[in-house]
Design a protein around this ligand. Sequence first.
Ligand SMILES: *Cc1c(COP(=O)(O)O)cnc(C)c1O
Length: 457
Amino acid sequence: MPEFDKESLQQLDASHHLHPFTDPHALQQKGTRVIERGEGVYLWDADGHRLLDGMAGLWCVNLGYGREELIEAANAQLRRLPYYNLFFQTTHPPAAELAATLAGILPGDMQHLFFTGSGSECNDTVVRMVRHFWAEQGQLERTVIISRHNAYHGSTLAGASLGGMKPMHSQGGLPLPDMVHIDQPYHFDEGQGTDPHAFGLERARQLEQKILELGPERVAAFIGEPIQGAGGVIIPPDSYWPEIQRICRQYDILLVVDEVICGFGRTGHWFACEHYGLEPDLLCMAKGITSGYIPLGAVAVGARVARGLIAGGEFFHGFTYSGHPVACAVAQAAIEVMKNEHIVERVHDDIGPYLQRRWASLSDHPLVGETRGLGLVAALELVADKTTHARYPEDAGAGLVCREHSLNVGLVMRAVGDTMIISPPLVITHKQVDELVDKARQALDLTLHTLSNQQGK
Ligand SMILES: *Cc1c(COP(=O)(O)O)cnc(C)c1O
């Protein structure tokens, strides 16, 4: 049992701790969930309840909890050199070695890395990099970055501005200037009744319309997650990304892919742009890079932009913890584990297809309007009517009801509106996938029961 008193801990937390992405009133009423320890794909809360972590923390603990290799790498680096910076012509072995390792697994001509401390910092870095790049080419007008509604690119000013989350924009006067949004390729919610292929093309061609509307000489870059994660695991129709790539090439717009979730094996490839055949100019990574054990992010830079940046002289940008040696050492160890255990291949050939097959079996449930997924990320849509796909009224809170039931039966599943999503550790076994899907079905049954009772009132 834990070595603390749960109630007094919750009291301290409520008195002194402002939580990220949390409604403080709900927190005061219901109290915080206290997570105390983890092992493999499981978490234990302060009451000793075991939870299967269907979200790998926040999409990051890809190798599961308690990996000795990562802990050892951190310890060894802490003893040897716990900190040094990379400013002013300095490097250290973990950063230089990790940059080379990443260059070895990245697709295309991405051979240069800029380290940050998080996914948000990657996207802030991207904004400064692409504008600096174009300015160095003498194209000072090229400042606009096009993104999508309901995208998630982090929570710093630039990250939240590039993101397309309305509630985030409503706080703090966002988005920043010259960041504009087109519609997302979310077929279930926005393309009902249309052919997915045609819908994908229509959504991609909004990029072309926007470029023409603004004037191609003003547009610096397009940014997108290969699969939108926080937006609800939105998997675009296959026609979408090739058309985006074509448009970027035609108008000479830089293509930035945000692989903070998709990178490091989540889709059965080191990076999801391999799945979609994309050749981005810049690529953001974080989360799975260290399996979430310690914060780290990196922006991978393709040959053309790297040449421009190098020719452009000093880039006045960097973070105290850019390429932190302990984080780089942990990332190096995580990549070694992934290679030694053939984790990417396993997601591609074995556990990914298995999870998708089992997850799709939930589509016969009366509440489920669609299941979808790729590799080890998946979603299902909760609906009131399976044939028309009508949703429950918003105040029914179907997604939140389902999330609560899921937690109560011992599964961490996340709700994005009425979309339920999972993104389990990549080391999950077949038996644990069975457990995950069985628990998801139990949660759906209980949710149906709760919602039917609500409606009866
Ligand atoms: C989580 C996330 C980010 C932000 O990363 P942080 O490390 O939280 O700053 C950016 N982009 C995507 C796609 C993400 O999922």
